[in-house]
Design a protein around this ligand. Sequence first.
Ligand code: DHB
Ligand code: FE
Length: 282
Amino acid sequence: MAKIIGCINTSHVPAIGRALAMHQEQTDYWKPFFDGFPPIREWLSAARPDIAVMIYNDHGLNFFLDKMPTFSVGAASVYQNSDEGWGIPTLPPFAGNLDLSWHLIESLVDAEFDITSCQEMLVDHAFTLPMKLLWPDAPIGSWPVTTVPVCVNTVQHPLPSPKRCADLGRAIGEAIRSWETDCRVVIIGSGGLSHQLDGQRAGFINKRFDLEFMESLACDPSWATRFSIHDLVELSGTQGVELLTWLAARSALGNQARLVHSNYHIPISNTAAGTIAFAEPC
Ligand code: DHB
Ligand code: FE
């Protein structure tokens, strides 16, 4: 059976893409953020995943306000990088994993998740930045993993509840563990932490909530399911709800998962930026 090696959650502020392209990782501004990654990369290279399931939110690239699936799963052999206008460098295409895509789609529908299957899908910064952060030295166009994108609607209300996202993550975990291969899979959650890019609360950051949420992923992974989606907007900001992707990713793991490393830093752009990784027992 396939094995989940663990999960990694990270923020995906587009400016990270520019910092990477301009080799600014060690500058005063960026170092506190990029310093979160070496211990995670070290664990990841020893854990040798073959496939990354990327749980993230599309920012209007595939789905806009007129058509917005709550949950969607990519089922393409290749995913081209494009973006919705942040002007960051475009990365070469990412190889998909059709076998896992269709296994996930069938298993999730069987588990009564009414997901949208996407045989064509572009990927934006929320997908590409975690890949580049985790495998910065991968030869151009040759990632060490194939990929399956899973999108959660964090953009157009009504959004799925934290509980529903945790259930989705649990179902993804069960599906992978029931897949008859010897593949090793890492789950990545991309988004958050607290931030609000527009409106009266633009610039809103809630350090206390962010740290409590990160702590809960280690000690009590279902803690955030007590909140309604409106609670979560209030606590984390309009775009902070991207942290639903972290909740889904962590929920794909069992209760025995061990903390590998975590890092929190304010601000990157107007966003509280965090990174946290968990390993499943060997
Ligand atoms: C920013 C953060 C995001 O999550 C995003 O998708 C776009 C921009 C920002 O903080 O600049
Ligand atoms: Fe975002």
